[in-house]
Design a protein around this ligand. Structure first.
Ligand code: C5P
Length: 401
């Protein structure tokens, strides 16, 4: 799937650099050629010899290497690839990229390149959460830099949280997504997914049974057709797919803010099961069980994120797709919902417990468009996702980007 593609792999100085051995092997197995560049710090973690042996190519390390410069100038090196991949992208490398610094070979190549760049960040969780890294990440994604990971989990430093570099196969998938020459190449698509959690107090919340499986499958299918996908997800059971930009939120209001920040987009797919209500004034401290009285939970209505985007006038995505989870009269309710929300399509499904759809691996959907209702046979959620992605590609093909 990567046959004939050339990857310039910039290896940063972090413990996750060792995963690049496997990454290089996997890329080459799929037919890609890998030109490695090591920062000075990276050479503390992996050796140029091992990387060169696996890549089957010369390793570049030094901006002022006259031999290398005579063979291939660094400007040419920066542009000779189909994709520049930075793995691990350390906090320092991200800061340099975001600020346009060019004080070594890696940062100079990153400033000089005109090819797409994908970064796989890896750092301590506090460094990842630091406002400076948040700012740098926002700058980089705004500049069009693509992201793989980071994942959440135990880290070499003994802490736990987001900051672990994505696994080699996840990075390969992300690379394949960026290089995909599919019908959605050059299209930016927003996908919401998962449930939202609405706090009652610091330890309790209102939620629903959405697993996030269908939303993740849709994001993956769209990315597989070459789309740049922004995946805004509530706390789902299913991990987000590789190769998409992931924005994690908890509440409906956070989801709304994340959706607004992610626009403009060519299409927006609202697969999230957003809680309709939140607790009007969530308590800052844990509610106590008291004798003689139950706590009263006054509810407030959450914003309707789908309707807000579907009715937004200027800047509205060209295609807005909503979901309808119904337990009876699916077509009638979903058709009414399409009109009420102002969206272009509704993908409706029957989630009554007997269907086993909620949390299951299959789905039976009805697509409601301006032309009417179209029932799809029951199939796996990834097949529903692919069928929907194909329909979206066909619809967008008729619209200019
Ligand atoms: O109104 P209902 O929740 O049934 O509509 C479902 C559709 O609306 C889904 O696409 C869901 O993502 C979206 N929605 C939303 N914001 C809400 C409630 C639902 O975007 N507050």
């Amino acid at each position: 799937m990567l046959a004939g593609k050339r990857i310039l792999l910039i290896i940063g100085g972090g413990i996750a650099a060792f995963k690049c051995h496997d990454l290089i092997r996997r890329l080459r197995e799929r037919g890609a050629a890998v030109t490695p560049v090591l920062t000075r710090a990276a050479q503390e973690f992996v050796t140029p010899l091992s990387i060169s042996a696996l890549a089957g190519e010369k390793v570049f390390t030094d901006l002022f290497d006259l031999t290398a410069e005579a063979e291939m100038g660094h400007i040419e090196l920066s542009r000779s690839a189909d994709l520049v991949v930075v793995a691990p992208a350390t906090a320092d490398l991200m800061a340099k990229m975001a600020n346009g610094l060019a004080d070594d070979l890696a940062s100079t190549l990153l400033l000089a390149t005109d090819t797409p760049v994908l970064i796989a960040p890896a750092m301590n969780v506090r460094m990842w959460d630091h406002p400076a890294t948040r700012r740098n990440l926002a700058t980089l994604t705004g500049d069009g830099v693509r992201l793989a990971g980071p994942n959440e989990g135990p880290m070499a430093c003994g802490e736990f949280g987001p900051g672990r570099m994505a696994e080699p196969m996840e990075i390969v998938e992300a690379i394949a997504g960026v290089l995909a020459d599919g019908p959605l190449k050059g299209r930016r698509i927003l996908v919401t997914s998962g449930p939202t959690h609405e706090p009652i107090d610091p330890v309790r919340y209102i939620a629903n049974r959405s697993s996030g499986a269908q939303g993740a499958a849709i994001a993956s299918a769209l990315s597989g057709l070459g789309a740049e996908v922004v995946f805004v997800t509530g706390p789902a059971d299913v991990p987000p797919p590789a190769g998409v930009e992931v924005v994690r939120v908890e509440t409906a209001r956070q989801m709304q803010a994340a959706v607004e920040a992610a626009l403009p987009a060519d299409a927006a797919i609202f697969a999230a099961a957003v809680a309709d209500w939140r607790v009007a004034s969530a308590s800052d401290s844990k509610l106590k069980k008291t004798t003689g009285g139950l706590p009263e939970l006054a509810l407030a209505e959450n914003p309707d994120i789908l309707a807000g985007v579907a009715r937004m006038g200027a800047g509205r995505p060209g295609l807005v797709v909503g979901f309808a989870a119904e337990t009876d009269d699916v077509v009638a309710h979903a058709t009414a919902k399409r009109a009420r929300k102002g969206c272009d399509w509704i993908l409706a499904n029957d989630v009554s417990p007997a269907t086993g759809i909620m949390g299951g691996s299959e789905n039976a959907v009805v697509l409601i468009t301006g032309e009417g209702a179209e029932s799809w046979p029951r199939m796996r959620k990834d097949q529903v996702a692919r069928a929907l992605a194909d329909r979206i590609a066909a619809a967008l093909a008729g619209q200019t980007s």
